[in-house]
Ligand binder design. Structure first.
Ligand code: NAP
Length: 359
């Protein structure tokens, strides 16, 4: 291929490159087909620019261009001595590509896809859990856990259809054997992958009642999901997160979904508040122990109704105001921000509520 301003010959490298000056760029499309943008080659040209699309193992649509600038005064010399200089340019291209791959701090989240880390979400339903899975799937393979396949199936399909990687596995947080089996399956499905983030999102439901009418089973359910289930999940994931500290692109994270009841025992919510409040206490204790090890443990107080299949019927939330429910996607974005925080500035707790929420 040839820059229309020069006689510079560029051999084809790994991916279709572009070559040209700032005013006129010629691009070779896929399979070598040549297409030229209408350049202004008559204009004064000060620099020439070689743009190579690098493929660092990242899927096609996420290729990162590497741009090499050459002063235009050097261009004539390059043309004259191109048989000597071009190998040097290409060597530089290879060198910078290698730097690109190795400089972890500058990598975009998408680049991490090439690394061997994954995220696991337990309680991966069509609301918060599915939204978090979808957000984290932009960077990592994601594993969605719930007791029934119907809970996670549509989220798994949507992520895989969009080009991400998602696996759904049946698991009950309250049952240690079930969790052990799930993580054995993960180890088989994602061999050599390390755990970058674990999200505890399992939900026991509300069942608001006058206190004397609270069924002891509702208390048992709240204890099972919020305390025992989280206890089991945290014991299972924390060693894996700690093992990833030295290599993970972001501090390995354990993020826990709470509710208003995590900090406020409202009337008629006794069983729910007992479980959520205890889960927050457990999370805080773990955060204090694991922060110094480099694992970011964070709790989210979700202070409002979340969008999702479970709340579709709640049309009068906050008087039916637009965005009166918390978008599950916005929670997912906050979780991603927590996960990508630098260790010099960990947030232990966030609270999230709609702009119109009374609190
Ligand atoms: N929805 C709201 O308006 C709201 C408001 C404030 C806070 N929150 C909190 O936000 C979190 C997510 O709520 P969401 O409504 O958006 O739910 P979701 O993400 O749509 O789904 C949560 C899933 O957790 C699973 N689960 C329940 N018990 C489990 C267990 N023992 N082991 C594994 N998975 C279990 C359930 O699926 P299976 O039955 O298949 O296991 C359920 O579908 C919950 O912690 C909830 O308390 C929700």
């Amino acid at each position: 291929m040839k820059c229309p301003k020069s006689r510079l010959q560029i051999p084809l490298v790994a991916s279709p490159p572009s070559v040209g000056c700032r005013d006129c760029v010629t691009t070779l499309g896929q399979s070598g087909a040549r297409s030229e943008s209408p350049g202004r080659c008559g204009a004064a040209v000060e620099d020439a620019e070689l743009t190579f699309a690098t493929n660092c193992g990242i899927p096609d649509s996420r290729q990162r261009p590497l741009i090499i600038y050459i002063n235009h005064n050097d261009l004539q010399s390059i043309e004259r001595y191109q048989h000597i200089l071009l190998p040097a340019i290409l060597a530089r291209f290879v060198f910078y590509t290698a730097i690109n791959i190795s400089s972890r701090n500058q990598r975009r989240p998408e680049d991490i896809m090439a690394s061997k880390f994954y995220t696991v979400i337990i309680g991966a339903g069509g609301g918060t859990g599915g939204a978090v899975a979808s957000r984290f799937s932009k960077a990592y393979p994601v594993v969605l856990l719930a007791r029934t396949a119907a809970t996670y199936e549509s989220s798994v399909k949507a992520i895989n259809d969009a080009g991400g990687k998602a696996i759904g596995i049946n698991a009950d947080a309250g049952d240690r054997a079930s969790l052990d089996a799930a993580f054995e399956t993960i180890a088989k499905e994602l061999p050599d992958y390390k755990l970058a983030a674990a999200i505890y999102n399992a939900s026991a439901g509300l069942q608001p009642r006058p206190f004397v009418e609270v069924d002891p089973e509702a208390l048992e359910l709240s204890i099972n999901v919020n305390i025992r289930g989280f206890f089991n999940f945290a014991q299972k994931t924390l060693p894996l997160l700690e093992d990833a500290v030295s290599t993970s692109p972001h501090p390995p994270s354990l993020i826990v979904t709470g509710a208003t009841a995590s900090v406020k025992g409202s009337a008629r919510f006794a069983a729910f508040a007992a479980g959520k409040w205890a889960k927050r206490a457990l999370t805080q204790s773990i955060a204090r122990e694991y922060g110094p090890k480099g694992v970011h443990v964070a709790h989210a107080v979700i202070d409002g109704v979340i969008t999702g299949p479970r709340t579709e019927a709640f049309t009068s939330v906050n008087g039916g105001a637009p965005d009166g429910k918390i978008s599950a996607d916005s929670i997912a974005e906050t979780y991603w921000n927590l996960h990508t925080q630098h260790r010099s500035g960990f947030t232990w707790e966030v609270d999230i509520r709609p702009y119109v929420e009374k609190w």
